[in-house]
Design a protein around this ligand. Structure first.
Ligand code: DGT
Ligand code: CA
Ligand code: CA
Ligand code: ZN
Length: 588
């Protein structure tokens, strides 16, 4: 058992004792021992084997025994008994904003409340407000806290996590005591779904930075605060962790706390193979765990750590142990696509179906934002709930788009709207519009919107049949998933990718933050088969253009480069590529 685990358990013992109403000196002794242990520079194993635990300030006989038991056996009978003596739900209640140990103890002793659900009921029936030291106000606050806790107990979309993280990062950057700072963890790796948000700071005044972090507006509850780290719950219910390290340690800590865990394990292995040790404190010339500064291999940046381990710099998005080492070992990483490479989006909706803007407004917005082209792809008739278009209305829309383009070209402007549709793939895999209608459009996206089967082969067959149609340029949001909301329908993506490769059909990376569909894990396979990606924001209103940045991040996670992504092409090359599918048909 390592220091962090031991410290965590000691910390928890302190809290449990407080819940039992033990005297404050005793409870505080555990909390401060936990902090001391976290800050040790030597390993606990070593201290125990050399009988030197007692030399540590604040660790008396009783604590020494407990720590020894934990480190040597991985368990502690005292802790287990203590836990068993209290309802497990009490610890959950502590995580609710507004509930500290004293309050938890009060509702437990006086109302017999043992779980969060019971607490909610007690609040709703007004019993909590009547307790001494509570009142209406704190009862309302607890109820609100329970709602928040429900939210943060689940996971969060990347877009939401970024919306919380980016302003905090800006504030940290501007703080006078902050030397370097970054997000870390899954946010930095651009995972589609986020557990908690992590920040790393280097500073000479950690206390000042931690005070700022826990005291800033928007913090609902401080879950933990030590000398070098803190965890808080932000308004909206997400947890945020901050670590503060010295500037020397910053690069190593950044690499460590960015993860992923799996990536870190592989990095540590590589270090060991070279007679080195890698941990959050440094890369050390040592055969055993250490944080001795004398042994540290100096690295000013993450880049130098990779280089010491014989690797090219691995961008955070790729640090999932999904094959990044094989590439980095060659000494060069390919340049991944960047969102500024994108010249437009080829799947967007207007107010002709379920989008908000008029065709003219969309053109104006896309042009002003520096895009070279923007396709209008409203739904087809079968998506009647989205006011899908039939052939007649589609023809009328095309005339309107051409009129907008005519005006643009008169003004000498090079931006173009593209005509298009997001055509429904019907039950048997035929499309919702005849080929001769599709033929007249610039960009055809085909998507499954309804009638998904629970049988994988049926869904797969429908997608394959659509890909085989020469008029279809790309398949939209291939698996239909809505993150944290709806599972993908069963489909065999490899089989669909294979047919797309054969027919020259592209696959969309739908950049809507709840979709990110096709999943990043499948892009390396698609790329290896030569299937091109189109990063589309599926805009239903102008603000959705911002999704392209997220989509590009997910494409990077999938290892995609500029040349793998169709909408990095200039307008002229794109028009050629769009024609290609129609002329090529099935490559045999
Ligand atoms: P999340 O928060 O569930 O979305 O995912 P992460 O990756 O942000 O995980 P988190 O916040 O628990 O920890 C941040 C990073 O710290 C993680 O990616 C790798 C590193 N880390 C945390 N715990 C461990 C550990 O026990 N072993 C190793 N090797 N790395 C760890
Ligand atoms: Ca995290
Ligand atoms: Ca974390
Ligand atoms: Zn759609």
């Amino acid at each position: 058992m390592d220091k962090e685990n031991v410290a965590e358990i000691l910390q928890e013992i302190g809290v449990l004792l407080e819940l039992k109403g033990e005297n404050p000196f005793k409870t505080r002794a555990y909390a401060s021992a936990a902090r001391t242990i976290e800050g040790l520079s030597e390993s606990l194993e070593k201290l125990i084997s050399e009988n030197r635990l007692g030399e540590i300030k604040g660790i008396g006989d009783a604590l020494q025994k407990k720590i020894t038991e934990l480190v040597t056996t991985g368990e502690l009978a005292y802790y287990e008994e203590l836990k068993a003596s209290l309802p497990a739900g009490l610890l959950d209640m502590l995580k609710i904003p507004g509930m500290g140990p004293k309050k938890v103890k009060a509702v437990y002793d006086r109302l017999g409340v043992e779980t969060v659900d019971q607490l909610e009921q007690a609040c709703r029936s007004g019993r909590v407000a009547m307790l001494d030291g509570f009142g209406e106000k704190s009862q309302a606050k607890i109820l609100e806290g329970i709602q928040f806790r429900r939210q943060y107990a689940t996971r969060h979309l990347l877009v939401q996590a970024l919306a919380w993280a980016e302003p905090i990062l800006d504030e940290l950057r501007a703080h006078p005591d902050v030397l370097r700072c970054s997000t870390a963890g899954s946010v930095r790796r651009f995972k589609e779904v986020i557990g908690d948000v992590d920040f790393l700071v280097s500073s000479k005044a950690p206390a000042a930075v931690l005070d700022f972090f826990t005291g800033r507006e928007g913090v609902m509850k401080v879950l933990a605060k030590g000398d070098t780290k803190s965890s808080v719950i932000l308004e909206g219910g997400i947890q945020a962790d901050l670590r503060v390290v010295s500037d020397v340690e910053y690069p190593y800590a950044l690499a460590y706390f960015t993860g992923s865990k799996e990536h870190n394990i592989a990095m540590r292995q590589r270090a060991i193979q070279r007679g080195l040790r890698l941990n959050e404190y440094g890369l050390f010339r040592s055969k055993e765990e250490t944080r001795d500064p004398e042994l540290r291999v100096a690295c000013a940046t993450e880049d130098e750590i990779f280089s010491q381990l014989g690797l090219a710099y691995i961008p955070p998005e790729l640090r999932e142990d999904h094959g990044e080492f094989l590439v980095a070992e060659t000494g060069t990483m390919p340049r991944l696509v960047e969102w500024t490479d994108l010249k437009g989006s080829l799947h967007n909706h207007s107010n002709w179906s379920d989008g908000r803007g008029t065709v003219a407004e969309i053109a104006e917005f896309a042009r002003e934002n520096g895009f070279a082209y923007w396709a209008i792809n409203d739904h087809s008739r079968a998506s009647f709930q989205a006011h899908g278009l039939d052939a007649d209305r589609l023809r009328k829309q095309v005339l309107e788009i051409r009129e907008v383009n005519r005006r643009l070209s008169e003004e000498g402007c090079e931006f173009r709207l593209l005509t298009g549709v997001e055509v429904d793939i019907l039950g048997d895999g035929r499309l919702d519009l005849p080929d001769d209608v599709l033929e007249d459009l610039d960009v055809v996206v085909a998507s499954l919107h309804q009638g998904f089967s629970r049988q994988e082969p049926e869904n797969t067959r429908r997608l394959i049949r659509a890909a085989e149609n020469r008029q279809v340029h790309m398949l939209g949001h291939l698996t239909g998933r809505l993150l944290l909301e709806r599972e993908p329908y069963p489909v065999n993506p490899q089989a669909v990718i294979d047919v797309c490769a054969e027919t020259g059909t592209w696959i969309e990376l739908n950049a809507h933050p709840a979709r990110f569909d096709l999943d990043w894990r499948l892009w390396p396979y698609a790329k290896s088969m030569g299937v091109k990606c189109v990063i589309n924001c599926d805009a239903h209103r102008n603000e959705h253009a911002g999704f392209l940045r997220l989509g590009a991040g997910i494409a990077r996670k999938g290892g995609l480069q500029r040349e793998d992504v169709i909408n990095t092409l200039s307008l002229r090359s794109l028009m050629k590529a769009l024609q290609g599918k129609r002329e090529g048909g099935r490559r045999s």
